[in-house]
Design a protein around this ligand. Structure first.
Ligand SMILES: *Cc1c(COP(=O)(O)O)cnc(C)c1O
Length: 392
């Protein structure tokens, strides 16, 4: 039996976009109300309040109408001025990429870059800030998804706050899947979205903005307004009697509302625990099959994505294509510098369930065997089952 490229896959275990929750899909099919209908305006105001609860913020977050690259680019455009010195922290493709956006708005760029299987050391940040007191903005990616590695943003945030610099955090693929909130890492702009661990389709940005970041953006004459890239335009849009800068994505907002309910009703701690257990189960199986994780150590391996180093002599694209064709299972490739070197097994939203680790290990190990790299899939599954049972 084979799954052709025209067949839909059986199981999608990617690190974004991810399968949406069934209830979110039902939410997406709710009536598309006129955005100035009072029912929609009240719904939207309650939705932003719900976002505030979910993000554990003391002020109102923003919902921007585009997938989170919009939020990242808007943060760079709105906060950074030519007078700023930006310290960009790069432990992967997304962290590195933010530096290119930042460099559009200031010539003063510094960077700490580590190999893309490692994490940023807070001590290095501290030393960099001490030797460069002019640094006014620090940018960090929490979970650099193409590497499946986590940076210690709460520690980094405390150091940056003590220095007095602003902090921009990309938490797109960690928020909702592990314990992270804007105020815990003292972020001034915290960018995330519903399309990873909250189990929605890609389409929206969630943005946490500190009061002092609002002040800085308002003082920046070049911060975008009357623009798709604007953050400032959305400041008051949460209120049911303020106008929208432009038509919001009504259907996606309906889906997001359901995703927040799922998250709050299940309980954030329970949601994080099943992400962590699914990742731990996957890691145990990968190791038991004699394979290597991409992350330099387990302590920095993400609970929302497991990156597996591609064994020597295996073409990673062929490996993924084989898993899809034979078993109907889809994984994510690396990106940029990690493309071809690793395969990513996503544990996000509805796929953050330990049983999916078994499917992932079977399809990954089975495909390796088909390509002539012998692995004992049974050992992987036994180790996985033990991990699941030990957590009961
Ligand atoms: C998914 C993701 C984004 C959103 O970007 P896309 O490349 O459009 O998917 C931003 N940052 C991180 C860390 C992500 O994982």
């Amino acid at each position: 039996m084979r799954y052709s490229d025209n067949d839909q896959p059986v199981i999608t275990l990617t690190s974004g976009p991810v399968n949406a929750y069934a209830d979110v899909l039902r939410g997406l099919s709710s009536p598309v109300l006129y955005d100035y209908d009072p029912a929609f305006q009240l719904f939207h105001e309650r939705l932003v309040e719900k976002a505030q609860t979910v993000m554990r913020l003391s002020n109102r977050p923003l919902i921007l109408q585009g997938e989170p690259v919009l939020g990242l680019e808007a943060a760079a455009a709105s906060l950074i001025t030519p007078q700023d010195t930006v310290l960009n922290l790069a432990s992967g493709v997304y962290g590195k990429g933010f530096g290119y956006w930042a460099a559009r708005y200031t010539p003063n760029m510094l960077e700490i870059e580590v190999p893309y299987n490692e994490a940023i050391d807070p001590k290095a940040v501290s030393e960099m800030l001490q030797s460069n007191p002019q640094i006014s903005i620090v940018a960090v990616c929490h979970h650099d998804t193409p590497s499946g590695t986590i940076n210690p943003i709460d520690e980094i945030g405390a150091i940056v706050a003590a220095h007095g610099a602003y902090l921009i955090v990309d938490a797109v693929s960690s928020f909702g899947g592990m314990k992270t909130h804007p105020e815990e890492c003292k972020a001034d702009i915290y960018v995330t979205g519903p399309n990873k661990c909250l189990g929605c389709p890609p389409s929206l940005t969630l943005l946490g903005v500190s009061e002092r970041a609002w002040d800085k953006m308002k003082a920046n004459d070049d911060a975008p307004t009357a623009s798709m890239l604007s953050i400032l335009d959305w400041e008051n849009a949460w209120s049911h009697d303020a106008p929208f800068p432009f038509t919001p994505s009504v259907a996606e907002l309906n889906g997001l509302d359901v995703a927040f309910d799922i998250y709050l009703q299940e309980g954030p701690e329970n949601v994080w625990a099943r992400h962590a257990l699914t990742a731990a189960t996957t890691r145990a199986g990968i190791k038991a099959m004699g394979l290597d994780l991409w992350a330099a150590s387990d302590s920095i391996a993400s609970p929302t994505t497991t990156a597996v180093k591609t064994p020597d002599g295996i073409d990673e694209a062929v490996l993924r294509a084989t898993a899809r064709e034979r078993y109907g299972v889809v994984f994510s490739a690396g990106r940029g510098e990690t493309l071809g070197k690793l395969t990513r097994i996503g544990h996000m939203g509805p796929t953050a369930q330990p049983i999916y680790a078994i499917a992932a290990l079977s399809a990954y190990g089975g495909a390796l065997n088909l390509l002539g790299h012998q692995t004992n899939v049974g050992d992987g599954i036994n180790a996985a089952i033990k991990t699941i049972d030990a957590a009961a």
